[in-house]
Design a protein around this ligand. Structure first.
Ligand code: HEC
Length: 170
């Protein structure tokens, strides 16, 4: 499993090099996909891990949305999904280490603004970290109206971050 992506990422690094006219200085200063991060693992592994966590969180969030639209929401499904969102929210601040930008050659929707405006990014993380536990509290209460309000609040925190720090994918 390891060899294929290593080849792939080496290919990407080569393409990046070719794109900037063989400017080796550029390649030496930027992190590459196969480069090790100070916190362990490679750049590519870190980006893929965060994307898979975000995907999982997106799925959980959609489950809540779907249930809220249902005539009789499945409160257990909402509870489980809210817990997943909150669990991820507690870690999201660690998913964007220096070096995991698109400059690595690994495909990512994470914008450079994350590292250019760290205080703003931290504020977006903090807003989300504050909202997600309230969604859990509302889910645990079983009060559908409260769940709806907390869902909206949390969704606002997702969007707030995506608006500034994630590449527009539409
Ligand atoms: C603090 C910033 C921030 C918050 C808060 C945030 N996201 Fe994101 N999200 C991002 C960034 C940046 C990316 C792009 C990551 C990448 O491509 O490496 C992303 C990507 C995603 C993806 C795509 C993952 C993939 O690669 O397939 C989904 C789905 C997603 N977010 C859902 C959510 C949901 C749902 C919430 C709220 C419950 C949320 N996000 C909150 C920053 C955030």
């Amino acid at each position: 499993m390891i060899a294929p992506w290593k080849t792939f990422s080496a290919g990407l690094a080569f393409l990046a090099l070719a794109a900037c006219g063989g400017d080796t200085e550029q390649a030496a200063t930027d992190y590459r996909g196969d480069e090790a991060l100070p916190g362990g693992g490679t750049v590519k592994e870190a980006i893929e891990a965060r994307q898979s966590s975000l995907k999982e969180m997106g799925k959980a969030f959609k489950t809540i949305s779907d249930q809220l639209k249902a005539g009789a929401p499945d409160l257990d499904a909402i509870k489980t999904s809210a817990a997943t969102v909150a669990e991820k929210s507690a870690h999201i601040g660690t998913w964007f280490p220096e070096g995991t930008s698109a400059a690595s050659g690994v495909e990512t929707e994470a914008l450079d603004t994350i590292w250019e405006k760290p205080d703003e990014f931290d504020a977006a993380v903090t807003r989300f970290e504050g909202a997600a536990p309230q969604l859990v509290a509302a889910a645990d209460s079983g009060d559908v109206e409260a769940i709806g309000a907390a869902f909206k609040e949390t969704g606002g925190a997702c969007k707030n971050c995506h608006d500034t720090f994630r590449e527009d994918d539409d």
